[in-house]
Design a protein around this ligand. Structure first.
Ligand code: GDP
Length: 546
């Protein structure tokens, strides 16, 4: 379905790159990133601190109200009730030093990591938040693997330095070991974890100077910063300063200074230290995003040809949020702008289906209210309201056809068969299941053996399955009954292996909407048994297993 149009060249001449309104000019002052972390490392707190320091809010604690994390289900139901709030932080657009920072939110709960994976397809850089006491946790590792797979550059932030934690050098060793990237510190903490006084600015640009912080009550307003020279720092902090200089020096000697090319290639990760709750060190993260994070560049299309920025509009849908506004039952497609200028009202083409989409209702999803958006540039995220017929992963374009590579689906680990409770509601059932599939709430798998009436819902996290059940009842008036299948491992196979695999005990082949054939097994052990039985069988790992 990929189409290449000479119209791209025509459009190029229509928008000279040096024109004031050339998309590449707007792209150059934009940074689009996501924060990834294990739950509780401080992602929401850091988001608030970034909003506070850029003046988007005046007191921290306003971006996202978050109650306790009781049970997983109640957590989600609460999220559901607070949807007005959660959408407001879908994308946070911040201004800093005449640049635009697009912070794309990722769900906090590990069960929704599939959503997070898709967000990572829409950003140009990730900020990996590491808890100073806990180091690299399970979810951080998993998300980091996705970044690596996507070739996303990663900035590491060691957070909660105001609390007793591990030694900084020890944490750097762990980052290196787990990620295979060389940590190159841009700041180094002055004071051990639990006694955070400020940061030493490392390297040529940092010139070895000192940013000292003084906390404000509760960290609700910006911390007081003082910029001191190395001599002044020594005078004030004495041995604590000397220790920081020595440690940072040791690491720099071993790992080298920040190297932009190595960072963009994923070989190194610049490191910063923070206490998000006091907004210490967060000013340096803002600067780092501007100074080292990449601006949106030409994105490769499905055939690998980079789509120039200064051409017709194109974008990719990375998320669909439905039922946000209960009164209107609307459906919002979140689109990352990849090239050209987005203009509200200009009809777009859905590359997959060739259908036209109107864009009268384009919105900016920020700040509680959804405001109308008239134009956007590469790196921005546009919310298209009522984007019917659009699926997650779809490319939308204006002049000059293009199609971006599909956003990879991840290996599901939980499987249920779904049936309508009321068999007379089969129409609603099929409509609802198809919608959940298009939104990416769950993966819908089918097979000839099981038939149309009993699709298999598959998920990376079990909570996704609960959301699917809940949505079927509330949005499609079709409560479903689910029966758990005892599979936990999925591998991609090829058509000639469908029959042999189906004839094996404890395995079957199911087909995904993207056409992939998934062979599913109870566990790794069973899969190995089948592989021994069927010599030469094709069982390729899916992305999350890679
Ligand atoms: P998330 O799950 O990653 O979004 O984490 P939150 O932002 O909700 O933070 C989890 C908990 O850690 C909250 O109680 C925060 O107040 C606390 N927290 C976050 N950042 C810091 C920090 O820098 N220092 C301290 N002491 N606590 C923090």
């Amino acid at each position: 379905m990929s189409t290449h149009a000479p119209a791209v060249e025509t459009d190029l001449s229509a928008v000279p790159a040096d024109a004031d309104d050339a998309p590449s000019r707007h792209a150059a002052v934009r940074r689009t990133f996501a924060v990834i972390s294990h739950p509780d490392a401080g992602k929401s707190t850091l988001t608030e601190a970034l909003a506070l320091l850029t003046g988007a809010v005046h007191r921290a604690g306003h971006v996202k109200g978050k109650a306790g994390r009781a049970g997983v289900v109640s957590d989600w139901q609460e999220m559901e009730q607070q949807r007005g709030i959660s959408i407001s932080s879908a994308v946070l657009q911040l201004d800093h030093r005449a640049h635009v920072l697009n912070l794309v939110d990722t769900p906090g709960h590990a069960d929704f990591s599939e959503d997070t994976y898709r967000v990572l397809a829409a950003v140009d850089c990730a900020v990996m938040l590491v808890d100073a006491a806990r180091g690299m946790e399970r979810q951080t590792r998993k998300l980091f693997d996705v970044c690596k797979h996507r070739g996303l550059p990663v900035i590491t932030v060691v957070n909660k330095w105001d609390r007793p934690g591990r030694e900084a050098l020890d944490l750097m060793d762990e980052v290196a070991q787990v990620t295979g990237m060389t940590p190159t510190p841009l700041t180094w903490p002055v004071g051990v974890a639990g006694d955070f006084r400020g940061v030493l600015r490392v390297g040529a640009e940092g010139d070895g100077a000192y940013t000292a912080y003084t906390r404000t009550p509760g960290g609700a307003t910006a911390a007081i910063q003082e910029h001191l020279s190395a001599d002044e720092a020594l005078e004030r902090e004495g041995e604590t300063w000397t220790a920081a200089v020595e440690e940072a020096g040791l690491l720099t000697l071993e790992n080298g200074e920040h190297d932009e090319e190595a960072f963009l290639a994923g070989r190194t990760t610049p490191v910063l230290f923070s206490a998000a709750v006091l907004n210490f060190g967060v000013d340096h993260l803002l600067d780092t995003l501007l100074d080292v994070a990449p601006s949106p560049g030409p994105r490769p299309d499905a055939e690998g040809t980079p789509r120039p920025l200064d051409t017709g509009f194109s974008g990719q849908v990375f998320k669909i949020q439905a039922g946000l506004d209960k009164a209107h039952r609307d459906r919002v497609a979140l689109v990352r702008v990849c090239s050209g200028r987005f203009e509200r009202g200009t009809p777009l083409t859905i590359a997959r289906s060739g259908r036209t989409l109107t864009t009268k209702h384009a919105q900016h999803l920020q700040g509680g209210a959804r405001t109308s958006i008239d134009e956007s540039w590469p790196g921005d995220v546009v919310g298209l309201v009522g984007a019917n017929g659009v699926e997650v992963g779809d490319t939308l374009h204006g002049r000059g056809a293009v199609e971006y590579p599909a956003i990879p689906s991840f290996a599901p680990e939980h499987f249920v068969v779904a049936r309508p409770v009321d068999l007379s509601r089969s129409k609603q059932f099929h409509k609802g299941i198809a919608e959940l599939d298009a939104e990416g709430v769950v993966q819908v798998l089918r097979s000839d053996l099981r038939g149309e009436q009993a699709p298999v819902l598959a998920a990376v996290g079990p909570l996704q399955l609960e959301v699917a059940s809940h949505r079927m009842a509330s949005d499609f008036s079709c409560p479903i009954r689910t029966e758990t299948l005892s599979y936990s491992v999925a591998r991609r196979t090829t058509p000639e292996w469908v029959a042999p695999l189906n004839s094996q005990r404890g395995t079957e082949v199911l087909q995904r909407r993207d056409g992939d054939l998934l062979a599913v097994f109870a566990d790794q052990w069973r899969m190995n048994g089948v592989a021994r039985e069927l010599a030469g069988v094709v069982l390729e790992p899916l992305v999350a297993d890679a």
